[in-house]
Design a binder for this molecule. Sequence first.
Ligand code: PA5
Length: 428
Amino acid sequence: MIDITHRQFSDRLETAFHAWQPKAHHVVQTLQEGTHAYLDYTGWWDYPRTQGFALAADIRAAVNRVPVYYDTVIVVGIGGSYLGTRAVVDAQNALYPEHRTHRPSPYKPVLYAGHNWSTAELLEVLDVIREKNPVVNVISKSGATSETAAAFQWIRQAMETRFGPEETKSRIWVTTDATKGPLKEQATHFGYPCFSVPDDIGGRFSVLTAVGLLPLCLAGYDIEALLRGAHDMFTEIKQRPTAVADYAAYRRAAWATDLRMEVMAYADPRFRTFIEWWKQLFGESEGKADKGLFPVGVQYPTDLHSVGQYLQEGCPSFIETFFRIEADGTQILKVPAFPATQHANLQRLCGRTFAELNDIAWRATYEAHSNRGISCLELALPRFDMTGLGAAFAFFETACAVSAILLDVHPFNQPGVEDYKQRMLAKL
Ligand code: PA5
């Protein structure tokens, strides 16, 4: 379902790739067999089959029983507790849904809070609480993350002011640890409905659990399709692990040949937040012990007119992955004729479809970068819908675990994040 459609490596990387390829296949096998060293952290592997579909049925039933009218969803969370949801929303919704009066979006608007200290963003969310009819889903596995906890207290107060304490109980949903933590304590105290984050699934691997499924279901997204796509991908990896293992081996070979970044290129602007999710997944999983490729996202052709110069002629310390998304079902638009000019380059565009031009620009960029000696690989995702996204989540989660294990770092912890937290607490 996700395939490597092109690859062109430098001789050095090609040699290293062949050395790491069998090891990558072996690690995928240990994930399947449950014989790796991280068993306590791999609940995400095959999760749709083991728990996801049953959970989705529970979530849908709960959402169908929401006893109040609501028109907006506010997601309060940070890192792995919100990025997956936002990736799906931004990929599936219109880019400018508020301007689509003739064809309204089938989804409820989703707002975000608790992922920064921005007064401006919180004030906008508070306006929505005053003027619309929101439900809130606060998501924090630890329940103690400062950004999320502080924003949630504001939001909880604003909800109580607007709706009163009793109705607020139907409008605030909590996703946290099943038994412990400050958020669990608050949920129990106030009587908010609760879903839990499994012990053996870390934040950045949790989009297919209640962490992603509940807010997406509240906002009207087809969570069953998301799970089906992920399930099909896990099944595919079990039967045909080549793409996932090769992608992990290519990353490991890049590190072994002194490259230090992975540039992930994509063309559709709706995929921007998915790439943010990918950045967090790989950055937080691999960036340890002075190791790991720094994950960078670029949107083409937009970024060819900003960092394109660097990629073509700057320090060649990166590999470049072209993440291509096929058939997004959009209409065929052609470039019309240019009146009043005979400019030769512009005349060449006439009559071409935007999709065709996008494709040509993509190929030209791949060629330009691989010809300068950058090792490039193209991954193709055949469907730009909920099943495609589910497949992409499963693919990258698996590849990330394999890649980190090959790098000999713990894929599922993030000790480095604690340092800034402790220093911040000391300053309070
Ligand atoms: O991947 C992770 O574990 C982190 O990015 C967490 O998701 C993030 O720090 C938020 O943590 P919590 O859900 O405990 O608030």
